[in-house]
Design a protein around this ligand. Sequence first.
Ligand SMILES: [Zn+2]
Length: 290
Amino acid sequence: MNTRIFERRYLFTGTLALKTGLHIGSGWAVGTPSDSPIVRTPDDKPFIPGSSFKGAFRSTVEKLTPATGLKSCRLMAGQGCPGAQGEEQQAFNKKREKKKWSGEALLAQLEEKLCHTCKLFGSPYRASRIYFSDLLPPDEDDLASRMVQIRDGVAIDRDSEKAVDRLKYDYEVVAPAQTFQLQIFLEDPSPTDLALTSLGLVEFISGLAYLGGKRSRGLGNCQIQKPAMYCLDLATGNETERAERLCAYLLKKTPAEKMAPVEDVSGFLERQIKTLPIFNGENHAKATGE
Ligand SMILES: [Zn+2]
């Protein structure tokens, strides 16, 4: 169904440093000493599932998107986007069946109807254009498994706002200062996809973004450090140049050998953000297409 050709790939790497403790629950407390353990790798090191980071990154971008003159349904029904579960999705599915949309016709409809964040992060109709690897502690970090603390919580009665007797529980957190390796891929992004991704990256680089559970207790504040960016471009240049780039991409080892490094990352992100409608005097109401 997806007729796009692979032309451009961006890789963004960095170190995600915790500024506060982090709790991403594993949802599986059997056989562990804590009531609410965190997720761990098979060799007992804490890690951040790519899907958890994607969720936090998506909601960070979704919060900012309306202010930039673009549309985001924030995955809530009633915003006119069939990417969110609800009436619009049901209506879209009915119409799709009735009109027998497929291939190009379906893509054209999705291009028109999906909000900008559903186009970037994915919807039931079209895969995401952005991918997040699982975030692991650095390879040389042998102490990571010891960077887990147990904190006490008390259950609070919602009506009286008093602690409920004997309803104490504990939960694990990854200690502040633990770092994780970050890798984000963007596949054939539109200029809007690139600008919205840059928006999220800038929030995380500024240390203003949050991740994981128990945020009301101050957990989950994190920062992207040492940001680096690489680009594989198979769209421009002559055939020999494109073949050379593809060859290096397939056969070399490190990101810097495989793809062209972006020299000035913050300048690059700033240029993408400046293309957003709000900075170009474009009408908010008209800013639906790309
Ligand atoms: Zn949407």
